[in-house]
Design a protein around this ligand. Structure first.
Ligand code: SAM
Ligand code: SF4
Length: 320
């Protein structure tokens, strides 16, 4: 799929639910976001139909996200069926890890290619505070369980906050001890995260280099997204950065997003979207391929976080 700026779009992030079993302070209010009704949410067959319509146009990589994707029943079945679509090369998942220990086996059997676990600290008390009650031990057990499957690429995603220097070093240490890649994500001004201070990539990298020695840019790019990766001596995993603020990557953007209620969002920041659910549930179904093609062509050139054009929507509704 091509847009008018010459970018090839081959990556789709699908939010399969707006519900979550945590309430991270920068993502959701304590009471949660108002949950969509079952009728409002895309059925799995509808998600498959959209992916099929995109796969014939060049979609290759799919990320399942949420809300928390593992709280929606049948997530593994969806992964299995998406993997079976001709042209789809990878299906990966982003999770908070709370349910991972119990679901790891079925996800692996379904053919999941990679699992990203969100973990902003290794301190149990701090984790409970950030997530409003989450038990970090469940996440760590989930991590341990999924690491028994070396065919699955495991990444830790971390948005740094207080005590960030110490936290960054402790999390990086995971990539010393285990074959996991640890990525630091710059906080974006979306939803409740609007006024949070951003820990910039260069600050974090410098802190890690002071402790672990010089970082070398990883020879082979990993994954299909905007991360840059570095190698540190004696690390099993790599250290990555996703820096939408300090290293704007819009020029190479390869992705679009599908919200749980069936809206195709062309840019993380912009509210502009195309309602694919309505098309799917109407007699215009046959137009799906051409509607998607036209929408992708219109993908905005770039985000404008620096101009503080903040959309009210929570990351849990967009899918991160
Ligand atoms: N519940 C799953 C999880 O936590 O991984 C998937 C959905 S969550 C919205 C996806 C990612 O978005 C998480 O890694 C979370 O830390 C990140 N996120 C949420 N709000 C953010 C913000 N304002 N800026 C940057 N990342 C954010
Ligand atoms: Fe839930 Fe993920 Fe948002 Fe945390 S970041 S509240 S786990 S959706």
């Amino acid at each position: 799929m091509l847009d008018q700026y010459g970018r090839t779009i081959d990556y789709l992030r699908i939010s399969i639910t707006d519900r979550c079993n945590l309430r991270c302070v920068y993502c959701m209010p304590p009471e949660g976001v108002s949950c969509m009704s079952h009728e409002a949410i895309l059925r799995y067959e509808e998600i498959e139909a959209i992916c099929q319509a995109m796969a014939v146009q060049g979609l290759k990589h799919i990320k399942i996200t949420g809300g928390e994707p593992l709280v929606r029943k049948g997530c593994s079945h969806l992964i299995r069926s998406l993997k079976n679509i001709s042209g789809i090369e990878t299906v990966t998942l982003t999770t908070n890890g709370i349910l991972l220990e119990e679901m790891a086996e079925q996800l692996v059997h379904a053919g999941v290619d990679g699992i990203n676990i969100s973990l902003d600290t290794l301190d149990a008390k701090e984790y409970a505070q950030i997530t409003r009650g989450g038990d970090i031990n469940k996440v760590l057990r989930g991590l341990e369980t999924i690491l028994r499957h070396p065919n699955v690429t495991v990444k830790i995603n971390c948005v740094l906050d207080e005590n960030w220097e110490q936290t960054a070093c402790l999390l990086a240490e995971l990539a010393v001890k285990m074959p996991v890649h640890v990525r630091f994500i710059e906080h974006m001004p979306i939803g409740l995260g609007g006024d949070k201070e951003v820990r910039l990539q260069d600050q974090v990298k410098k802190t890690l280099e002071n402790v672990y020695g010089p970082a070398k840019v990883a020879e082979k790019p990993m994954g299909f997204g905007p991360s840059v990766y570095y190698r540190f001596e004696n690390f099993q995993g790599k250290i990555g950065f996703i820096s939408a603020i300090s290293h704007k990557f819009c020029g190479n953007c390869n992705r679009v997003r599908l919200t749980a209620d069936g809206k195709l969002r062309l840019c993380l920041q912009s509210e502009d979207s195309i309602d694919l659910k309505t098309i799917l549930r109407s007699d215009r179904k046959t137009e799906l391929v051409s509607v998607i093609k036209e929408a992708i062509w219109q993908k905005p050139r770039e985000h404008n976080f620096d101009q503080k054009q903040i959309e009210a929507k929570s990351m849990a509704q967009i899918g991160g």
